[in-house]
Design a binder for this molecule. Structure first.
Ligand code: MN
Length: 260
């Protein structure tokens, strides 16, 4: 069970993601994990599972494929991967730390409710394992770079696991699309709120039938100070503590007056 500071050098680290076993962001996170411990395992989805949220596969069997020593793919969701790793592949000695990502694209504000990257960390938290989700915001132009994540993530992990880690905590880390030397520090943030929302694009498919395609997650750049959105807009790395209790505590007393 996650509690006091974790000794990273002897820690067993599980690396997973939602972009799939072949994703470059997973390879970057594996490199990061190997700078922290020699006991690094990868159990990741066989195919891309972005926006699958915290879904479990219940109505069909799962297949885990051993690709190399300490490296497996599972034909399921990120949540399946963490559960299979914990209960099956690593059952003799479960991981001390789960690192998820690095997602190709940010997971800010209410993205966290759709994200498979964050769901993998949520599953780890349910299993009592410390977990950190990493996401790299896409640049407006050009290819995504993992240099900033590789430069900053090892120290973020070291500093994070040195704290007393309460049960149910997971960390959501987002890197701005900037070169390492241009990053404006690392900030602890609260979860923001996108005011602009998600778009649905209408079109006609090649056989002449109309389609609707969800995508293009827009952000309002004027978001409140202290949020994850504001931090990355200002060029900082956002570290947001999340937990699994979704209770809207401010409403509880009022509802108790109504319902008892
Ligand atoms: Mn993804």
């Amino acid at each position: 069970m996650a509690e006091g500071p974790l000794a990273l050098e002897t820690a067993r680290i599980l690396v997973t993601n939602d972009d799939g076993i072949r994703a470059p962001g997973l390879a970057a996170l594996e490199r990061i994990a190997r700078t922290l411990s020699d006991d690094v395992w990868v159990v990741a989805p066989e195919t891309e599972q972005s926006a699958t949220s915290h879904s479990l596969t219940l109505r069909r069997p799962l297949r885990a494929r051993k690709l190399e020593e300490r490296r497996y793919s599972v034909d399921g969701t990120p949540t399946d991967c963490v559960l299979v790793a914990h209960r099956n592949i690593l059952s003799a000695r479960p991981p001390d730390l789960v690192l998820s990502g690095i997602n190709h694209g940010s997971n800010l504000a209410e993205d966290v409710t759709y994200s498979g990257t964050i769901a993998a960390a949520m599953e780890a938290a349910i299993l009592g394992v410390r977990a950190i989700a990493f996401s790299q915001m896409r640049p407006d132009e050009g290819r995504i770079s993992w240099d900033t994540a590789e430069r900053f993530a090892p120290d973020i992990v070291r500093q994070a696991v040195a704290i007393d880690w309460p049960r149910d905590l997971l960390l959501n880390v987002n890197f701005p699309p900037l070169a390492p030397n241009s990053v404006a520090g690392v900030r602890a943030c609260r979860q923001g709120r996108r005011d602009a929302g998600t778009t649905v694009t209408e079109g006609i498919d090649p056989s002449g039938r109309p389609y609707l395609w969800i995508g293009n997650f827009l952000s309002d750049a004027s978001s409140d100070h202290g949020t994850d959105l504001a931090a990355v807009m200002e060029g900082a790395i956002a570290v947001t503590p999340l937990h699994l209790d979704l209770t809207h505590k401010r409403s509880l007393a009022g509802l108790q007056e109504v319902f008892g």
